[in-house]
Write a protein that binds this ligand. Structure first.
Ligand code: SAM
Length: 215
């Protein structure tokens, strides 16, 4: 796995290239379809990146009063997302994090916790800790909405998964520190009710989409 420092440096360098990750579009559209975003008044995003997903939500899916908080470990990403979301400064807050899996927000203060292609670069302990944090900061009935690299479900996507995992093992920085994951295994059934769960293959790359409701 990349350390926090390595992840920060990698994404500081990667910056705007993140917007060319073509395989992310269809899975993210599905997340939006099942996330019931028009009913949300407050969103928290982990790993906001260039702010592309946030801008799409703010432009097309959220109410005019919905507030949006995003964090990212990379200062480049924080700057890019702040610029991209400039017109929403009155209700958007973007903060650089140190990477540790603790979120500086109050209990039960958000309707949605979203994160796209971030859990797949975290270690198992951090995934578990951040899902607990998501549970803590979500209001009752709030939604956890996540997409990560997933496990293959077709011949091509299984091959992509295996090759990707192999490259990750040899040199994780070659794949941005990300590896295919079975994120559903981390979702505790006593805490969450699954609303939508699927693996979508786009350009051969499998992505797992999970939308679940806080119980
Ligand atoms: C693969 S990019 C995805 C960015 C964006 N969510 C997207 O879908 O385009 C991963 C993002 O997570 C951020 N990141 C990595 N580790 C993090 C951590 N521990 N806490 C917060 N952000 C992190 C990176 O800086 C980067 O912006």
């Amino acid at each position: 796995m990349l350390s926090y420092e390595q992840a920060r440096k990698y994404y500081d360098r990667f910056g705007e290239k993140q917007d060319h990750q073509f395989y992310e579009n269809s899975p993210i559209e599905k997340l939006i379809e099942f996330g019931d975003f028009d009913k949300a008044n407050s969103i928290f995003e982990l790993g906001i990146g260039t702010g592309r997903f946030a801008k799409n939500l703010l432009d097309n899916h959220l109410s005019d009063i919905c507030k949006y908080v995003g964090i990212d470990i990379s200062s480049t990403m924080v700057d890019l997302s702040k610029n991209r979301l400039e017109k929403y400064t009155d209700r958007v807050k973007i903060v650089q994090s140190d990477g540790i899996p603790q979120i500086n927000e109050e209990n039960e203060s958000f309707d949605r916790f979203v994160s796209t292609y971030v859990f797949d670069l975290l270690n198992n302990d951090d995934i578990t800790a951040l899902l607990s944090e998501a549970y803590r900061i979500l209001k009752d009935g709030g939604y956890l909405c996540v997409v990560s690299l997933g496990q293959g479900i077709t011949i091509t996507s299984r091959i992509v998964e295996k090759v990707w995992s192999l490259i990750f093992k040899v040199k994780s920085s070659l794949v941005g520190g990300c590896r295919p994951l079975a994120l559903q295994n981390y979702i505790e059934k006593t805490k969450w009710k699954i609303i939508y769960k699927n693996v979508i293959v786009s350009f051969g790359v499998p992505s797992e989409i999970i939308v679940c409701k806080k119980l």
